[in-house]
Design a protein around this ligand. Structure first.
Ligand code: SAM
Ligand code: SF4
Length: 474
């Protein structure tokens, strides 16, 4: 599947910044300290984890640098979700090898999902790598660095049933100071047949609800205006206190975070269709500061394929969820999806079911991918990856084209209406414009005037593209 260039489409301005390029943690002041450079690939969970790693490393005497050339230690926090995510990291290692040849004492560590998937094999395949650490081994990283400094290769890929890093305050070094992510759970128990996540991130576990609310409160006090609660499957969040007297589900957690401050917006991602409840939807409806936007991956619109994928719902169940969202939160609630084209044995007719589901749901956005077989997953063991690459890509492009039209249609609904926008910064296209998101997570661009980052601004939408709303402050 290397030849397939997957497309992550209908991106908003801010998404674009992170989708194709790895993100680098910024410079910290570093007098007399050793320097750490971290580059993060893949999903938001990884970016969030890198902030935890930076925090652990700060306590071990390291300061981050935004320049690989300055570093004593380089970490790549990797993704394994599709083959091309891994190829990207391998190519980056080739570049870093040049640096390492110039500076042999430089240590290179591989963190995250690719490290967990390949384990010590990575050390054999990539000779320049000194450290391999899986997603649950980040507390151990200073020790692994010490081992590597003494000339040994260091590996920890132990997956934990308890680790949530609840007590570690992430260092938000490349934050815009307005929006932040809070990791509320780790791992996944769902076992979708195509997915490597249960093997690389381990069993699902929920973080202490009090530590989550505390983190949200600290962020609000530091001037942040929006938090996104993160997990592979946030709706199955379930935390019980050690003495068993307190139980918190996702709807209750959402409410607690919403109550931190009416000025703090709350978002969450990702919802699994089988777990999102009416209780969650009614909680969203009750609080103005819980954004009316739901990311609800479908993966396919066809019952047979959904069964092969082990998604545990069928098309009718998924449609009924969409209907509930619209009934409880109204037509304007933003909904986005993930969709996979060309899963094992998918026929042309079955692909048409995916297109018709898109048309039914009228999604605002989509993240769309060609199926990439991952070694060791149930799909790789049981089903042949038999849809030819060119067919996968053609189907993917059909899904993307339809989504683009739907996104445009959905955005046009906002023309002539006033949107409350949280300003995230200057527009990438021009310094004279600001950009920020509305409630439904749509990027809105408007003339700067005297407005500033972190302010809520009422913007009248006058025009749009499939990705962005354009307007002026009123
Ligand atoms: N936990 C989330 C869920 O189930 O909705 C998604 C997590 S995954 C990191 C993000 C997306 O990657 C999935 O929703 C799926 O569309 C896509 N994905 C996962 N495995 C894939 C594979 N083997 N090939 C292509 N896309 C894949
Ligand atoms: Fe992967 Fe499915 Fe878990 Fe999402 S819910 S992370 S697709 S196994």
């Amino acid at each position: 599947m290397e030849r397939i260039t997957e497309t992550l489409s209908i991106l908003t301005e801010a998404d674009k910044a992170g989708a194709d390029e790895p993100r680098v943690l910024e410079d910290e002041l570093a007098v007399g300290k050793k320097r750490l450079y971290i580059e993060s690939y893949g999903c938001q969970m990884n970016f969030s984890d890198s902030e935890i790693v930076a925090s652990v490393m700060r306590n071990a005497g390291f300061a981050t640098t935004a320049t690989a050339d300055d570093a004593d230690v380089i970490f790549l926090n990797t993704c394994a979700i599709r083959d091309n995510a891994e190829q990207k990291v391998r190519n980056r290692l080739k570049q870093l090898n040049i640096l390492k040849k110039r500076k042999p004492e430089l240590l290179v560590g591989m963190l995250g999902c690719m490290a967990e998937r390949l384990k010590a094999k990575l050390l054999e395949e990539e000779k320049m790598v000194d450290i391999v650490a899986g997603p649950d081994a980040y507390r151990d990283i200073p020790k692994l660095v010490e081992e590597a400094e003494s000339g040994q290769k260091a590996v920890n890929v132990f997956l934990s049933r308890e680790e949530t890093y609840a007590d570690i305050s992430p260092i938000r070094l490349n934050s815009n100071g307005v929006t932040a992510f809070i990791s509320i759970m780790r791992g996944c128990d769902n076992m979708c047949s195509f997915c490597v996540v249960p093997y690389t991130r381990g069993r699902e576990r929920s973080r202490d609800a009090h530590s989550i609310v505390r983190e949200a409160r600290e962020l609000a006090e530091a001037g942040y205006k929006e938090v996104t609660l993160l997990g592979q499957n946030v709706d199955s969040y379930k935390w019980t206190s050690e003495d068993g007297t307190e139980k918190v589900n996702f709807a209750q957690l959402l409410e607690r975070v919403a109550l931190v401050s009416p000025d703090l917006r709350v978002r969450f991602s990702t919802s699994h269709p089988k777990d999102i409840t009416d209780e969650v939807l009614y909680t969203m409806a009750r609080y103005d500061n819980i954004c009316k936007y739901i990311h609800l991956p479908a993966q396919s619109g066809n019952d047979r394929i959904l069964k092969l994928m082990n998604r545990t719902y069928d098309r009718a169940w998924y449609i009924q969820k969409i209907d509930r969202i619209r009934a409880i939160l109204g037509e304007d609630c933003g909904i986005s999806h993930d969709m996979i084209s060309g899963f094992c044995s998918e026929t042309e007719e079955e692909h048409q079911d995916t297109l018709s589901l898109l048309a039914y749901a009228r999604y605002d956005y989509g993240y769309m991918f060609a199926y990439s077989e991952r070694p060791g997953t149930p799909a790789a063991r049981k089903y042949a990856d038999d849809v030819p690459d060119d067919v996968k890509i053609r189907r993917l492009n059909e899904i993307i084209a339809l989504q683009r039209n739907l996104s445009l249609e959905r955005n046009q609904r906002h023309i002539g209406k006033v949107q409350r926008v949280l300003v995230e910064g200057t527009s990438k296209r021009s310094d004279d414009f600001l950009c920020g998101r509305n409630d439904q997570n749509k990027m809105v661009v408007f003339p700067k005037e005297n407005f500033q980052k972190g302010q809520y601004v009422n913007v009248l939408v006058t025009d749009c593209t499939a990705a962005t709303l354009l307007g002026k402050a009123v």
